[in-house]
Design a protein around this ligand. Structure first.
Ligand code: 13P
Length: 245
């Protein structure tokens, strides 16, 4: 399966910084050996879309659970699609934590994205407390089950990202073995839900960097990465991309 390396810029960037970053990425990217995407703040989608060329796919960091109407501040899947968006992150732990997004809301967001031809990148992951009480598998399975249940046969068109909350922005990466163990659980769950589960990529996210990416991505069920901090540094992001084979 072709690996996918997706950058999540989170709430970072400026017109000038984006132009410099995209210029450096395009200059350093070679060949179609893996898929590359950048998930950027909504106000920059048009700018980055124009800078991305056809080797870097455009992604959003969120999408509304509603189709249209009186939802101040929300951005719909149809609007994203008009701007050429190919991927939308849904259920990132920062959305779950700071915006109280439930599994049901995340599932609806995935549904809206799919209805507009956008591939949702569905994030799942346990907190440190959940890991310590041995609940990791239950938590990620519950989070993914909500999306599978709401989307039935469309589920083959999603990307799943395992992002242990304790590893995000902390410099604490899951070991390749810890990550693989959870990826294998998710793979089995997807396999049971979809006849086309072999098309579904499961990314790892959480302090992935130029030094640890290669080993993580040699694990059998790790099909790429969702990268925060290191995706803002072109040299690091390019190294991560190069290590995906
Ligand atoms: P970091 O790579 O900065 O830990 O962030 C991971 C993440 O949350 C990507 O969505």
């Amino acid at each position: 399966m072709k690996k996918l390396i997706a950058g999540n810029w989170k709430m970072n960037g400026s017109l000038a910084a984006n132009e410099a970053l995209m210029g450096a990425l395009r200059a350093g990217l070679s060949g179609p050996a893996r898929d590359v995407a950048v998930c950027v703040p909504a106000p920059y989608l048009a700018q980055v879309g124009a800078l991305a060329g056809d080797v870097i796919a455009l992604g959003a960091q969120d999408v509304s659970a509603h189709e249209q109407g009186a939802y101040t501040g929300e951005v719909s899947a149809a609007m994203l699609r008009e701007l050429g968006v190919r991927y939308a992150i849904v259920g990132h732990s920062e959305r779950r934590q700071y915006h109280a997004e439930s599994d049901a809301v995340v599932a609806l967001k995935a549904q809206r994205a799919l209805a507009c031809g956008i591939t949702p990148i569905v994030c799942v992951g346990e907190t440190l407390a959940e890991r310590e009480t041995g609940d990791t598998e239950n938590v990620v399975k519950r989070q993914l089950a909500a999306v599978i249940h709401a989307n039935g046969h469309c589920i083959s068109e999603v990307v799943v990202a395992y992002e242990p909350v304790w590893a995000i922005g902390t410099g604490k990466t899951a070991t390749p073995q810890q990550a693989q163990q959870v990826h294998a659980v998710l793979r089995a769950q997807l396999h049971a839900a979809s006849a086309h589960s072999d098309r579904i990529r499961i990314l790892y996210g959480g302090s992935m960097n130029a030094g640890n990416a290669a080993e993580l991505m040699t694990q059998p069920d790790i099909d790429g990465g969702l990268i925060g901090g290191a995706s803002l540094k072109p040299e690091d992001f390019l190294k991560i991309i190069a290590s995906a084979r």
